[in-house]
Design a protein around this ligand. Sequence first.
Ligand code: SF4
Ligand code: SF4
Length: 324
Amino acid sequence: MDGIALKSAERDSVTAEILSQLADAGFALAGICDAKPIDRPHAFAAWLAEGHHGQMHYLAKHVSKRVDPSQLVEDAKSIICVADCYSDGKPDERRVDHERHGRIARYARGRDYHRVLRERLEPIAQSLRLRFPGERFRVCVDTAPIAERDHAVRAGLGRIGKHTLLIGDHGVGSWLVLGEIVTTLHLTPTPSRDGDPCGSCTRCIDACPTQAIEPWKVKAERCISYLTIEHEGEPAEWFRNRADDWLFGCDACIEACPHSQWTLRARETPIRSDYAATHGSFELDAVARWTEEERINLGLSEVLLRASLASWKRNAELLVRKQA
Ligand code: SF4
Ligand code: SF4
């Protein structure tokens, strides 16, 4: 059964109820946008054509769905966008006894964010399915080809910085993981904020250890996040001394950004206990000795398990050699 279009006043009221539910569910940011194609599909196509996705061949699949959400959910009208803040940006301590450790990017230090977001989005989607049985509601948390940052900007969650990440206002910065509900239900969009959050700043570009960033473009094939997690096999020769102290992922561009500093406002941002660090770093020699059984039985989150044993060992050995 197809859904019945809500009248304007009812649409506003349902939208307000959904936003209230999202706030009660503890999302740091939430908003709604129309399910329109993204504004610059050609930029994504050009980025792919230049090979910046490296071995992430899945990005080159389902491009039409990625740029047009109505191809992901037929007749999609709206996208409910949410973000969790996983860090206040407090700098990591760098003690002498940490020299033989490699750091984990902050998003991966606690529980798997896919689960943390999904277990709060699914009940909201399910309540909407029961209330609007003729409509469809698809929850996406990195599990579907969707241009999540573009939609988050349209929904008013923040703006995109030169490092290509979403920057939330009010001290939230870019310590954000995103989720969506794509729906055929027509809701009222929330206002977006225009403007460039960067001005003449180039701190993220200057801080990137591998020169992966051009303004509003990241060459993923040069990015430590990609090279330590997604890339299989030996790294390119140029990368051998460039990973700084990152064992899994990299936060250098966010750490450098003035919007993501450990300010009083950032410290007041509610951060769910799910994201509290269980693994902030690992001892490099230990990782280099891991067996597959140990990797599986260490209690790593699914996010950390994404890197194969060979990748963990390769990353550890690169840092050991660099620190030797
Ligand atoms: S995550 Fe690290 S390597 Fe990647 S763009 Fe940011 S600073 Fe550069
Ligand atoms: S560091 Fe500066 S240039 Fe980079 S995203 Fe932040 S404000 Fe923009």
